[in-house]
Structure formats: structure tokens, C-alpha cells
Write a protein that binds this ligand. Structure first.
Ligand code: AMP
Ligand code: GLY
Length: 428
């Protein structure tokens, strides 16, 4: 089978690394990929908005399966583009339809879906320019802090958490009337603040059946002890100690099963990942958000823990044959530490030479923002999140120690890492 992976981050490198281990695979292509995926398959430059170009790549390389990494092409309907094209319709696409992707593409859609199917989540109301005044009264009647969410995709920046009601009202106005987050904030969801600890749970589903993948916790803030600006993710660990059998049973019964049943009742075509962004409030799970893809940097700790052949699972997903599929997992803990460019998530420089990659051992290096400089025979930084280093350990402490020992061997000008990944989880 020839496989095309769409995307260029650590998640896509993790997919490529895992897919390469399958006996079902002949050739792997990654579009656009990075300096790391280049060692696993063939990188092909592409703009992920350009579905016609993707079609050309698929046809030219006789691709049998497309794995869609990021949310944007899914929300734009890449799955439907394949489904309705006579040349592409039989190609397996791992990713939900445009309608299914609305779980991530519209917070309002997701909240209405959860309300309809009784899925535990923060209480909410949604507002636009027609009922802005009601939004102000809603804030007056809500307890601080106030959670304001842009309805659409806003590159992870569309959520504001504010303590002052006047500031919340002024931000609401700026989101809706001044389009603070562009089109994405023409509609705004305001919801109750939930206090607890977050975790990420993933399933692979064919729209009827599902397999639950290992859960993970990611660390989104740039600064230690979860301070400073939000980032794309600074590290992850899997498994999560508080996600014990009892807790995961609640997640399955109260969240996963009603979500899959809801999609089924609405006749939504969904063949891909569902990423449940959850919060544990007094040992009860609530949904903070849905995503229609794997997490990043969660993939870098979750994928290495999957022992089952991922391509076989993807094939079963695409064919609607997940019923009866079991997942084998590695019981050890995996920790992924993200090395980022100094200044990220604000201004940072690119093009710094990365050294020490040849010295690592006892880890997997997943590239994210890296590019190959062929002329100078070097690998350079090309983004904010540069490299994720994943190590295993018999417990979290060992996994983290192994990962950090390798992180210390890799260097570039301005390198920054959070040193406290896992700080809030018990270190047995
Ligand atoms: P989202 O983009 O929906 O994941 O929101 C970004 C972050 O805001 C989440 O990871 C949470 O840390 C926080 N957040 C979102 N909604 C809530 C909520 N209702 N209560 C508390 N924190 C929230
Ligand atoms: N790590 C969170 C995300 O992928 O959205």
C-alpha cells in the first residue's frame, strides 16, 4: 500500500514513523513533511488548502491511503472532496467528513451536539451580533471567571478566560463586532468555568465502532507550572496516572459512547480520530473541546505506545470494519518533550543549525519545525516547535529523565524547553 500523510509537524512524523513499521506499506509520502519525515519516506511540497494539487500527488504516486494530520483540511472538507471525485472515491482517507469535522470546526455545533446527547460539558450560551445585549446579561448572571470561545478555528488562540465582567463584555464585543479572531469570532460561545485537571483521550472510529487509544496529558503553556502564553504544546506524557479504570469507564460510558451514538443518529460520516479534550472535575470527566484529529504533542507519546499495526487499524477504520479490533499497547510510560525556538509562541527566529542529533540514544526524535539545508548538509530550525524527544520509562520519572537527558544533547541557538513536564501528576 502507498500512503500519503498530510502535515508537517511532530504528529505527522510520529505517524510516518509508526506507519513505516507496518508490513502493509510499500511507499510513504509526507506532504509537506519536515527534515525528520525525509528519513522515513518522500517529502512532497504542498499547500494543504490546494486539494487539486493533493489530487495530483495522489494520482501520480498511486496512493492508496491518505492520513490527514491537521484539522484545517478536514474542516475545509478534504474527505468530501475525495468522496465525490470519481478518481479518488475509492482511496482510503483517515479523517472525518466536513460535517464530522464540525465537532472541532464550530464550538457552537459541538456544544449543541453535547447538549442534545447529554454529554457532560460546561453550561453555555452562544451569541452573535443579533443578540449581543443578551451576551452582556449572560455575563452579569455568570460567576467569574468567564470563558469566551470563538466559534470557528482560530489557530488555538480563540479562547479567552477573564476575571472581570466588564473586560469580558468588552472582549465579547470585540470578538463579535470587530472580528477579533476574524470570521471565527462572529459567533461566540460563553461558558461556565470548570476547575480541574485536563487530559486528552483519543479514539479511532469508523462511525459505528471505535478503539480507545492510550490517553495523554499535554502541557500547553510556555512557562513552568503552567504560566505564560498558550502554545501548540510543550510536551506530553502517556499514560495519565489519574485516568484509572474507574475514571476511564466513566469517560467511555458518559462521553465516548454517547458521542459515537450521536454521530450515528445524525448519519455523520466519521472515519478517523476523535480527540476528547477533557477536564477531571472531582473525579468526573467533562468535555472542554472536541478535535477531529490526533493531538500534537500527544501523538508523540501516544503513537509509540501503540503496539498494534496502525495501518491495519486504519484500513479497518476506512472499510467500516473496526468491530472486534483490539488495541495492544505498551504498558510503559512515554514522555515527549518539545524543544522550541527562543521567543516562541511570539516572535522567534528560524534557520538556526541544529546540532547533536547524532548523539541521542534511548529515545525517538520526532521533528516538527525543521528543514534540511542540502547545500550545507545540515538541519535547521524552521518553526516555533522544533523537535519532540520521546523516551520510555518503567514509570513517569524514568521516562522524563531519559527524555530530558536526550533533550540536553540537542542544541541550537535560542533553544528553549520546559523543564517541568509531568509536574502535576504523581511521580511514582
Ligand atoms: P479549547 O480551545 O476549547 O481547548 O480551550 C483552550 C483552553 O482553555 C483549554 O485547554 C482549557 O485549559 C481552557 N478552557 C476552555 N474551556 C474551559 C472551561 N469551560 N473551564 C475551564 N477552562 C477552560
Ligand atoms: N495538544 C493539543 C492539540 O493538539 O490541540
Amino acid at each position: 500500500m502507498n500512503i500519503l500523510i498530510l502535515g508537517s509537524g511532530g504528529r505527522e512524523h510520529a505517524f510516518a514513523w509508526k506507519v513505516a513499521q507496518s508490513s502493509r506499506v510499500k511507499n510513504i509520502f509526507i506532504a509537506p513533511g519536515n527534515a525528520g519525515t525525509r528519513n522515513v519516506g518522500t517529502n512532497i511540497p504542498v499547500d494543504l488548502d490546494d486539494f487539486n494539487n493533493i489530487k495530483m500527488i495522489v494520482v501520480e504516486n498511486e496512493i492508496d491511503m491518505v492520513i490527514v494530520g491537521p484539522e484545517a483540511p478536514l474542516v475545509q472538507g478534504i474527505c468530501d472532496f475525495f468522496m465525490y471525485d470519481p478518481v479518488l472515491r475509492d482511496i482510503y482517507v483517515i479523517g472525518p467528513s466536513k460535517e464530522g469535522s464540525m465537532l472541532e470546526g464550530s464550538k457552537k455545533f459541538a456544544k449543541e451536539f453535547m447538549a442534545k446527547y447529554n454529554i457532560p460539558t460546561a453550561s453555555y450560551s452562544s451569541f452573535d451580533e443579533t443578540n449581543l445585549d443578551e451576551g452582556y446579561s449572560f455575563i452579569d448572571n455568570l460567576k467569574a471567571p468567564y470563558v469566551l470561545k470563538a466559534d470557528g478555528l482560530a489557530a488555538g488562540k480563540g479562547v479567552l478566560i477573564l476575571n472581570d465582567p466588564d473586560e469580558a463584555k468588552s472582549e465579547l464585543k470585540s470578538m463579535i463586532m470587530d472580528e477579533k479572531f476574524g470570521n471565527a469570532s462572529k459567533n461566540v460561545v460563553i461558558e461556565e468555568f470548570l476547575a480541574g485537571i485536563e487530559l486528552s483521550v483519543f479514539v479511532l472510529t469508523d462511525g459505528k465502532d471505535y478503539v480507545v487509544l492510550p490517553e495523554a496529558k499535554d502541557y500547553k503553556r510556555i512557562g513552568e507550572v503552567d504560566t505564560g502564553l498558550n502554545t501548540g504544546g510543550m510536551g506530553s506524557v502517556s499514560p495519565v496516572p489519574f485516568a484509572d479504570t474507574d475514571f476511564m469507564q466513566k469517560v467511555e460510558n458518559q462521553i465516548i459512547i454517547p458521542t459515537i451514538n450521536g454521530l450515528k443518529s445524525e448519519n455523520v460520516d466519521y472515519k478517523g480520530f476523535i480527540f476528547f479534550g477533557l477536564i477531571n472535575v472531582d473525579n468526573n470527566p467533562y468535555v472542554i473541546e472536541y478535535n477531529c484529529r490526533m493531538g500534537d504533542p500527544e501523538a508523540e507519546s501516544v503513537i509509540p505506545r501503540i503496539s498494534t499495526d496502525l495501518v491495519e487499524l486504519f484500513e479497518a477504520t476506512a472499510k467500516g470494519e473496526l468491530n472486534g479490533c483490539e488495541l495492544e499497547t505498551d504498558p510503559r510510560t512515554a514522555a515527549a518533550i518539545m524543544i522550541v525556538s527562543g521567543g516562541y509562541p511570539e516572535h522567534y527566529e528560524k534557520g538556526k543549525v541544529i546540532t547533536g542529533l547524532e548523539n541521542v540514544n534511548n529515545c525517538i526524535v520526532f521533528h516538527a519545525g525543521t528543514a534540511t539545508d542540502i547545500e550545507n548538509n545540515s538541519i535547521k530550525t524552521s518553526g516555533g516547535r522544533v523537535i519532540a524527544v520521546t523516551s520510555f520509562g518503567s514509570n513517569m520519572k524514568d521516562a522524563l529523565e531519559n527524555a530530558y537527558a536526550n533533550v540536553d544533547m540537542i542544541d541550537f541557538d535560542g533553544k528553549y524547553v520546559r523543564r517541568d513536564i509531568g509536574f502535576d501528576l504523581s511521580q511514582e
